[in-house]
Ligand binder design. Structure first.
Ligand code: SF4
Length: 256
């Protein structure tokens, strides 16, 4: 079996707060978020043998307690189930970063007890397909085949599935000035989470997008949101949700 592999970080403490993890990045994604920083991973495949990725995980075994599968989009990989199975057999916790487009794979991972935490993107208010379409590059990029309504339906289903089992759940929004993350939009996302997610311990993270590396050229000159601005947005989210964090280059991850 082949894996569409991008890279790995042998020891990361950023990708799963509180855990030392190896993070595996895959190539490919069904979306084209204009602010995507990993866009070099989106187009060209680089197929490696399944065993190559297993070896990467094995090499980190002595100094990590978890593996994080990230991307690109890990749940579109045919190898995701056997890789998660391998990590579990190896005694590692498994975390998955996902854009929420593959609820059926998510369900299978849960059913087979192959995952310990989901980190799901909530790129815009899920009840606003038009805005979600803009933030995921629909219309602008032909590679985005799912309609905004199909994307939001899948994201909502993914969140419901993760919420229905008693595992930790982190939801994340990337914020880019004048593109996504106004105070009204953060209020709408937070209100949606409050109204739809039963797990009141859910963690909501506002991530500082780095426009400089955006897929869409005309976003690259956008001024990055400063830590104080993100903190202010975090306070708005905090009116709805208990566990809010911001993640910035200046100060790392902070609890609001
Ligand atoms: S930012 Fe968007 S396009 Fe880039 S990997 Fe994530 S979901 Fe895919």
């Amino acid at each position: 079996m082949k894996v569409n592999y991008a890279d790995a970080v042998s020891l990361s403490t950023l990708d799963w707060r509180g855990k030392a993890a190896i993070t595996i990045f895959f190539r490919g994604c069904p979306l084209r978020c204009p602010y995507c920083q990993n866009h070099p991973y989106l187009e060209e495949p680089d197929l490696v043998e399944f065993d190559f990725v297993k070896e990467r995980i094995k090499k980190s075994r002595n100094f990590v307690s978890a593996v994080v599968f990230s991307g690109g989009e890990p749940l579109m990989q045919a190898a995701i189930l056997p890789l998660a199975e391998f990590a579990k057999e190896f005694g590692l916790l498994v975390g998955i970063h996902t854009n929420g487009c593959y609820p059926e794979i998510e369900q299978e991972l849960i059913k087979r007890k192959l995952v310990d935490k989901f980190f799901i993107d909530v790129k815009a208010p899920p009840d606003d397909p038009e805005l979600y379409g803009k933030v995921t590059g629909w219309k602008k990029y032909k590679t985005v085949k799912k309609t905004p309504r199909e994307i939001t339906t899948a994201v909502i289903e993914s969140i419901e599935i993760a919420d229905s089992c008693s595992m930790e759940l982190e939801l994340r929004t990337t914020v880019i000035r004048d593109f996504i993350g106004s105070k009204e939009e953060i209020s709408s996302i937070s209100a949606w989470i409050l109204g739809h997610v039963k797990n009141k311990e859910v963690i909501y993270v506002l991530q500082q997008g780095i426009p400089e590396y955006s897929l869409q050229e005309n976003l690259r000159k956008t001024r990055i949101l400063e830590r104080e601005e993100l903190y202010y947005l975090g306070k708005i989210a905090n009116k709805f949700l208990k566990n809010v964090r911001i993640r910035t280059i200046e100060a790392g991850e902070e609890i609001i």
